[in-house]
Design a protein around this ligand. Structure first.
Ligand code: CMC
Length: 432
């Protein structure tokens, strides 16, 4: 880029400020406003970060208009059909696809870290039986920093790598343990001879009295969902992880912060909310009424699983998932004739042809179908967002590692437009 700049002119004073334009490999240019306050004494204002790039990143690229998603340059469609979750994890973290040896080494490394410190079981036992598994996940992941002191030096690259491996390895164990706690079954230890997703299914559904043999289709579906959920650049939870980490906080605390942010229904909580919504709608005859509710500005109801801040086209992940949903429901006898799937299809069809949704470019997002697949695999509704968190941990970790190795990393500290009272004097209580 040949030193392109943008001139900001204050029309009241005539002052002019030259601001440099920055350009990445793909995507729109960005005005570098970092010197604006120092030079002009003004802030920029962008609530919800509608037009703000918060960092440089080489991990994931999204073109929301075209519906494109690339991990380290590779199209999501190729990774979804050809890769495995751990291979994608390696790609996101280290930047390139691994060779044979590197992949086997990485898989072994991750599977060697799957066990939890035994004392963490007491921690889990402290939760009430009906605690939401996401609340347990936030608490237990944060508490890892109290157990793994030997990898907490955030300025040591090797410590950072060990913590990253631990997080990717232990999240499924914690997630499955949270589920077991909620159904009153003993926690199942991980089996390191199994593949990552098969081991997760084993920890979820085996008991000490009965083994569980994951079906290949189940393992494949979970592997695919995990790949699709692995990263999505600077979304709310990833930005939360980065902001928490920018202060030098340890990685376990940062990922716990990310999990908390993911939980909301506008973000990762949407997959659980979609199923709640489908159950509330109940049958195809009611679909139109709920579409009208979603369009009514006086009604807080929104079509869950619809719309996206970045995609103004069909979410490419939803396209892939929709296909798998069909296959899975055909192949899993227990999921055949799932009335919720039929309902979801009808809802999608009506919404995609409704002027309100068409004008606003509101398409189904990844979470419109993911809950239906998890349900078909036997996961209870309150585990859907937990599954998202397990998969997204690799993205959070990749962003945290990228940020921590960036020599220009500084604490994240947004400013504000203060709208409170101007300075005033304290009055004694008798005079108020
Ligand atoms: N149902 C009905 N109307 C909607 C919806 C929806 N799901 N989403 C957006 N709109 C309307 C909104 O009312 C607004 O209309 P108007 O311009 O007349 O005021 C317009 O579309 C733009 O919406 P917005 O709220 O300004 O858009 P946003 O970028 O701030 O929000 C969103 C994006 C994903 C939070 C929102 O679309 C939404 O709440 N969707 C439902 C929740 C959901 O499915 N979330 C999962 C996102 S994908 C997975 C993830 O990233 O975690």
């Amino acid at each position: 880029m040949a030193n392109e700049t943008i001139t900001v002119i204050n029309n009241a004073t005539g002052e002019r400020h030259e601001l440099p334009l920055r350009e990445g490999t793909l995507g729109p240019k960005a005005v570098d406003i970092s010197s604006l306050y120092k030079e002009a004494g003004i802030f920029t204002y962008d609530p919800g970060f509608m037009s703000t790039a918060s960092c440089n990143s080489a991990i994931t690229y999204i073109d929301g208009e075209e519906g494109v998603l690339l991990y380290r340059g590779y199209p999501i469609e190729q990774l979804a059909t050809k890769s495995s979750f751990l291979e994608v994890s390696y790609l996101l973290i280290y930047g390139d696809l691994p060779g044979d040896k590197a992949l086997v080494g990485f898989e072994k490394m991750i599977m060697r870290h799957t066990m939890l410190n035994e004392n963490l079981k007491d921690f889990l036992d402290g939760f009430h039986y009906d605690a939401h598994p996401m609340s347990m996940l936030v608490g237990v992941v944060g508490s890892l920093s109290a157990f793994y002191h030997d990898s907490l030096s955030v300025n040591d690259p090797r410590h950072r790598e060990i913590s990253a491996h631990r997080l990717i390895a232990k999240l499924p164990t914690i997630a499955a343990a949270a589920y077991k706690h909620s159904v009153g079954e003993p926690i199942m230890y991980p089996r390191n001879d199994l593949r990552y997703c098969a081991n997760f299914l084993h920890m979820m559904f085996a008991t000490p009295c009965e083994d569980y043999k994951p079906t290949l289709i189940g393992e494949k579906a979970m592997n695919l969902l995990f790949i699709l959920h692995a990263d999505h650049e600077q979304n709310a939870s990833t930005s939360t992880v980065r902001l928490a980490g920018s202060s030098g906080a340890n990685p376990f605390a940062c990922i716990a912060a990310g999990i908390a942010s993911l939980w909301g229904p506008a973000h990762g909580g949407a997959n659980e909310a979609v199923l709640d919504m489908l159950l509330e709608i109940g049958s195809v005859e009611n679909v139109q009424r709920y579409i009208e509710k979603a369009k009514d500005k006086d009604d807080p109801f929104r079509l869950m699983g619809f719309g996206h801040r970045v995609y103004k086209n069909y979410d490419p992940r939803a396209k892939i998932i929709r296909e798998v949903c069909h296959q899975l429901l055909d192949e899993l006898p227990e999921a055949a004739n799932n009335p919720l799937f039929e309902l979801a299809m009808k809802l999608e069809e009506i919404a995609l042809n409704d002027a309100y949704f068409v004008e606003r470019k509101l398409y189904p997002n990844v979470d419109f179908y993911s809950g239906i697949i998890y349900q078909a695999l036997g996961f209870p509704r309150n585990m859907f967002t937990v599954m998202f968190a397990v998969a997204r941990t690799v993205g959070w970790v990749a962003h945290w590692l990228e940020m921590m190795s960036d020599p220009n990393n500084r604490i994240g500290r947004p400013r504000q437009i203060y709208c409170g009272p101007a300075q005033r004097d304290y009055l004694p209580i008798s005079k108020r």
